[in-house]
Write a protein that binds this ligand. Structure first.
Ligand SMILES: Cc1cc2nc3c(=O)[nH]c(=O)nc-3n(C[C@H](O)[C@H](O)[C@H](O)COP(=O)(O)OP(=O)(O)OC[C@H]3O[C@@H](n4cnc5c(N)ncnc54)[C@H](O)[C@@H]3O)c2cc1C
Length: 330
C-alpha cells in the first residue's frame, strides 16, 4: 500500500437478482454489462452513458488498483479523458511534462519537446498514478449513473445467439444475469478470455525491470529522463518519471536472469536508489515490484449478437487493428 494515497473502499451492495422474489436469469436482460472496473471498463461505461445507454459494471474487487501501474497520459488520451469528464481532475492532480532526455552514460545524446500548440487544450504529457485515474473515473461513473457492483466476480460466461448469460459470485452468494451486450475489460490476464478459450498472440520480452516508487523532494525537473548504461547502474537502462504527491517512479532494467523475489528486497533496492541519487538525498520507499514486458494481442475480438434496438445481427468477428503492449509483474 502507498503512504501518499488513501485507498477508498467501495461497499458491496446486494443486487435485486439475489432476492427470492426475483426471477433471476429469466428477467429482462440488461442492455449492456461490462466486466471490470479498471480504466478500460469505466471508460467504456462512461462512453455508453454519453450515448444514452444504461451501463452495469461488475468488478471482483472493492477498491482501485493497488500498486504502481500506468502513469503516463499523452495528449490524445487526455482528449479522451476530457470526453469522459475526468480530464480536468487528471491534469490538476498530475504532473505536466513536455521534455524527455536520453543519456548514454553521463552524456545527454537526445531530447524531445512535446511543446504545447496554440489550438491544443492539453500539454504533451501528464503523469499520474493509475489509482488516481481510477478514483476519478469511479466518481465520474457515480455522476453519470453507471451502476458499479463491487465484489461481484464473474465466474462463467455463456455467449449465445441472443446475448450472454453470466454466473456471478459475491460475498452473499451466487446469482445469474442475462445481457444483450457484454464488454469484457477484465485486464491483461483476463480470466474470461481464458474461460472462453480465446488466445493472445505475440512476444514476451526476456528481460525484467524493477519498479521503485520513492517519495522525495528532488531537484530533478519535471521531465522524463532515460539512461543507457549510467554509471550508477552499469550495462542496463534506467527510467525516471515524476508523479503526483512527490512520488518518483524509477525503473531499473535487471536482465532476464534476475531473481524477482530477491530484487524486491529493500536491502537490494535501497543501494540501487542511493547509487543513483547520491548518499545524502533522503527518500522513502513507496512501492517495489518486478515486471516483464509482453507485446501480445488477440487476433480476433468477437461481438456477441443483439443490438439494444432488438435488431438481429449475426455474431461478427473484428480483427484487432493494432498491437498492444502490457507489463506484467514477474
Ligand atoms: C506492474 C505494472 C506496471 C504497469 N505500468 C504501466 C505503465 O507504466 N504505463 C502504462 O500505460 N500501463 C502500465 N501498466 C498497464 C496498465 O496498468 C494497464 O494497461 C491497465 O490497467 C489496463 O486497464 P484495464 O481496465 O484493461 O484492466 P485492469 O486495470 O487490470 O482492470 C481489470 C479489472 O477487472 C477486474 N476483474 C478481473 N477479473 C474479473 C472477474 N472475473 N469478474 C469481475 N471483475 C474482474 C479486476 O479486479 C480489475 O478491477 C502496468 C501494469 C502493471 C501490472
Amino acid at each position: 500500500m502507498h503512504s501518499t494515497f488513501e485507498y477508498p473502499t467501495y461497499a458491496f451492495k446486494r443486487p435485486p437478482e439475489m432476492d427470492a422474489d426475483h426471477n433471476g436469469a429469466a428477467a429482462k436482460p440488461y442492455p449492456l454489462i461490462i466486466v471490470g472496473a479498471g480504466p478500460v471498463g469505466m471508460a467504456a461505461a462512461l462512453d455508453a452513458r454519453r450515448h444514452g445507454l444504461p451501463a452495469l459494471i461488475l468488478d471482483d474487487d472493492h477498491t482501485v488498483s493497488v500498486g504502481s501501474r500506468g502513469l503516463c497520459y499523452a495528449k490524445r488520451t487526455l482528449d479522451i479523458l476530457d470526453r469522459l469528464g475526468v480530464g480536468d481532475a487528471v491534469v490538476h492532480k498530475g504532473v505536466t511534462w513536455n521534455v524527455g532526455r536520453t543519456f548514454f552514460g553521463e552524456r545527454e545524446v537526445f531530447n524531445f519537446k512535446l511543446l504545447a500548440e496554440p489550438d491544443h487544450r492539453r500539454p504533451g504529457m501528464v503523469n499520474l498514478q493509475q489509482y488516481y485515474l481510477e478514483h476519478f473515473q469511479v466518481q465520474a461513473c457515480e455522476r453519470a449513473g453507471v451502476d458499479i457492483r463491487w465484489q461481484h466476480r464473474v465466474v462463467a460466461v455463456r455467449p449465445d445467439d441472443a446475448g450472454a448469460t453470466l454466473d456471478i459470485e459475491t460475498p452473499e452468494g451466487a446469482y445469474t444475469l442475462r445481457t444483450d451486450w457484454l464488454v469484457v475489460c477484465d485486464g491483461a490476464r483476463s480470466p474470461i478470455r481464458r474461460l472462453l478459450g480465446l488466445d493472445m498472440q505475440g512476444q514476451v520480452f526476456q528481460d525484467r525491470f524493477l519498479i521503485a516508487d520513492v517519495v522525495m523532494k528532488a531537484s530533478f525537473p519535471a521531465e522524463r529522463w532515460f539512461w543507457f548504461d549510467p554509471p550508477f547502474h552499469r550495462h542496463q537502462s534506467v527510467l525516471l518519471h515524476r508523479e503526483a504527491d512527490d512520488v518518483w517512479r524509477i525503473d531499473f532494467q535487471l536482465g532476464w536472469d534476475a531473481d524477482p523475489e530477491e530484487e524486491k528486497k529493500p536491502e537490494k533496492v535501497i543501494p540501487r536508489i542511493q547509487a543513483m541519487l547520491g548518499p545524502d538525498v533522503p527518500f522513502e520507499l513507496e512501492w517495489v515490484s518486478v515486471y516483464t514486458f509482453q507485446c501480445r494481442r488477440m487476433p480476433v475480438t468477437r461481438r456477441i449478437r443483439c443490438h439494444p434496438s432488438g435488431l438481429e445481427a449475426p455474431i461478427q468477428e473484428f480483427r484487432t487493428p493494432t498491437t498492444s503492449c502490457g507489463s506484467w509483474p514477474s
